[in-house]
Design a binder for this molecule. Structure first.
Ligand code: SF4
Length: 234
């Protein structure tokens, strides 16, 4: 993608401001190992990180490895995560994933996107979260916040998470992909809310086409198209 000089400068200003606003932005999930991050990220689908963090410390203390998790029956695991959404299917997917990790990967989490995406309950977004946070691989996981904020800021226009991911990777330096993912999530949580973005407080307003449009008109800001749900394995 060939960007004009003016657009390159606008994107650079957005990156610089986000870096200043969220210097320590990282995942809000609690985890210590790639396995724990994988499980926590599977659990976080359509659930808040805070809700996941309420169940994982006790779960990981009891089951820190795939082998230990497999000592639980599906009902026992479901019971330990029952306060979060879709807990039954998540319990089933986690145990199926643990079985594959033990049988095919010696109990380790694989380090490639292709292998991760073959695990039950793991779609592209979850694979990217694990790759970038657990293994330091450059990746942009597009969740609902990243999707919305990137589109509002004019960093992407695609109508699927995959397309938005491609556009962000084309516009942002590779070494910044993982941080940019966290910047956009935190900006979505703190200021650029889905229903009522706080454009009047937003330092990105001078660079944001949606905020500028909002300042001139009343009505709902753009970027409200929803990403498709992450693919679920059967
Ligand atoms: S100006 Fe408004 S729409 Fe643009 S990023 Fe800030 S809060 Fe979101």
């Amino acid at each position: 993608m060939e960007l004009s000089q003016a657009e390159q400068e606008r994107v650079a200003r957005i990156r610089a401001k986000l870096a200043r606003m969220y210097p320590r932005a990282t995942t809000a999930l609690i985890w210590r190992t790639p396995f724990e991050l994988l499980v926590a990220t599977i659990l976080s689908a359509q659930t808040t990180d805070a809700a996941v963090n309420q169940v994982t410390p006790a779960l990981f203390a009891e089951c820190p490895t795939p082998e230990a998790m497999l000592r639980l029956s599906e009902d026992e695991l479901a019971d330990r995560i029952r306060s979060i959404g879709l807990y039954r299917s998540k319990a089933r997917n986690i145990l199926a994933t643990c079985r594959i990790l033990v049988e095919q990967y010696g109990g380790e989490v694989p380090r490639s996107r292709e292998e991760l995406m073959k695990l039950p309950g793991v779609g592209r977004k979850t694979a990217n979260v694990v790759l970038s946070n657990a293994f330091g691989e450059p990746a942009i996981a597009v969740d609902t916040h990243v999707f919305r904020v990137a589109r509002r800021l004019g960093l992407a226009s695609g109508d699927t998470p995959e397309r938005v991911e491609e556009e962000l990777m084309a516009r942002l330096p590779r070494e910044e992909w993982s941080r940019a993912h966290h910047w956009l999530i935190w900006h979505g949580r703190k200021i650029c809310h889905a229903r009522n973005p706080r454009c009047e407080l937003c330092p990105l307003l001078p660079e944001c086409p949606t905020g500028q449009q909002q300042a001139g008109h009343s009505g709902q800001p753009g970027g409200e198209a929803r990403p498709t749900r992450e693919r679920r394995s059967p």
